[in-house]
Design a protein around this ligand. Structure first.
Ligand SMILES: NC(=O)c1ccc[n+]([C@@H]2O[C@H](COP(=O)([O-])OP(=O)(O)OC[C@H]3O[C@@H](n4cnc5c(N)ncnc54)[C@H](OP(=O)(O)O)[C@@H]3O)[C@@H](O)[C@H]2O)c1
Length: 251
C-alpha cells in the first residue's frame, strides 16, 4: 500500500490554517498541527506548543515526525496573537520560529525519487510591501523578512529537493470574522466594490493556492509568491480615492 503523505501545518488550529488542515485531510494526508490549543479537526495529530518556546517546539516536531513519518509538506500560517511586546512577539513567533522549524525539519522530508514534490509554503501578507496602519511595525518587518527568507531557503534547500514558496492573502473572510462583517455590512460591501474580482477572499481560496504549491503541478516552482487577493493590491490608491468619490456606476 502507498504510504500516506505527511503534511505539517504550523498555526492550523483556527482561521485560515484550519481550512488548510481540512484541505489536506480531504486529500488523504496524515496531518500534524502545531498551535497553542488542540486542533478540533477529526483525524489530525495536534501538538500543543507555544512557538516562542524553542525547546517545546523541537520536542513537538520530534513527536510529529515519530508519529506521522517523514514530511512531504510544511506550511506556516502562524502570526503573533499574544500579550506583551508586539515587536518581540512577531519576530519570535512569525520569523524565528519559522527559521527554527525549517532548519530542524529540512533533513526530515521524504528522500529523493519524489523529492521535487516536497514543499514548504510560508503564508505572508501584503504588509510585506505595503503599509497596513492597523498592523504593528513588527508584523510588517516579520512579513517582509519571511518573503526574503523563502527566497533564501528556495536556493539553499533546493539540493535537498525542497521547494519553498509564499502565499500572500488579501483580506480573508474567515469564520471568526463573519459576525464582524455581518455587523459592519457597509465595510463588507466596500471590499466587494473595490476588489477587482468583486468579493472578499475565503479561507478556501488560500488553502487551494497552498494545495497547488504542494502538488505535482508545482514541481518546478520555487522561491515565488502567489498573491491571492482578487486583484485588490494591483490598484493605485489614487484611483481608489477617485472611484470612491466619483463611482463609475454614477456615470
Ligand atoms: N486573515 C486575513 O485576512 C489575513 C490577511 C493577510 C494575511 N494573513 C496571514 O494569514 C495567516 C493566517 O491568518 P489568520 O487570520 O487565519 O490567523 P489567526 O486566526 O490569528 O490564526 C493564527 C494561527 O497561529 C497560531 N498561533 C499564534 N500564536 C501562536 C503561538 N505563540 N504558538 C503557537 N501557535 C500560535 C494560532 O493557534 P493558537 O491560537 O492555537 O495558538 C492559529 O492557529 C497569518 O500568517 C496572517 O498574517 C491573514
Amino acid at each position: 500500500m502507498k504510504p500516506k503523505v505527511h503534511t505539517l501545518v504550523v498555526g492550523g488550529t483556527r482561521g485560515i490554517g484550519r481550512e488548510v488542515v481540512r484541505h489536506f485531510v480531504r486529500a488523504g494526508h496524515r496531518v500534524s498541527v502545531l498551535g497553542r490549543r488542540t486542533s478540533s479537526e477529526a483525524g489530525v495529530s495536534g501538538h500543543v506548543v507555544d512557538l516562542a518556546d524553542k525547546d517545546a517546539v523541537l520536542a513537538a516536531l520530534a513527536e510529529a515526525v515519530k508519529h506521522n513519518g517523514r514530511l512531504t509538506n510544511l506550511v506556516f500560517l502562524q502570526r503573533f496573537r499574544g500579550e506583551g511586546d508586539a515587536w518581540q512577539g512577531e519576530l519570535e513567533v512569525s520569523l524565528t520560529a519559522t527559521k527554527i522549524i525549517i532548519e530542524e525539519l529540512a533533513g526530515k522530508f521524504v528522500r529523493p525519487k519524489k523529492a521535487a514534490l516536497n514543499s514548504i509554503v510560508i503564508v505572508g501578507s501584503n504588509a510585506s510591501r505595503l503599509i497596513a496602519g492597523e498592523q504593528s511595525v513588527g508584523y510588517h518587518a516579520a512579513k517582509a523578512a519571511l518573503r526574503q527568507m523563502a527566497r533564501y531557503y528556495a536556493c539553499s534547500l533546493a539540493p535537498l529537493g525542497l521547494r519553498v514558496n509564499c502565499v500572500t492573502p488579501g483580506i480573508v473572510l474567515k469564520d471568526e470574522a463573519r459576525k464582524f462583517y455581518r455587523e459592519n455590512e457597509a465595510l463588507h460591501a466596500l471590499y466587494r466594490r473595490v476588489t477587482p474580482l468583486g468579493r472578499m477572499g475565503s479561507p478556501r481560496d488560500i488553502a487551494d493556492a497552498i494545495g497547488f504549491l504542494c502538488s505535482p503541478g508545482a514541481a518546478f516552482i520555487t522561491g515565488q509568491e502567489i498573491i491571492v487577493d482578487g486583484g485588490l493590491s494591483l490598484l493605485w490608491q489614487g484611483s481608489l480615492a477617485n472611484e470612491l468619490t466619483f463611482p463609475k456606476s454614477a456615470g
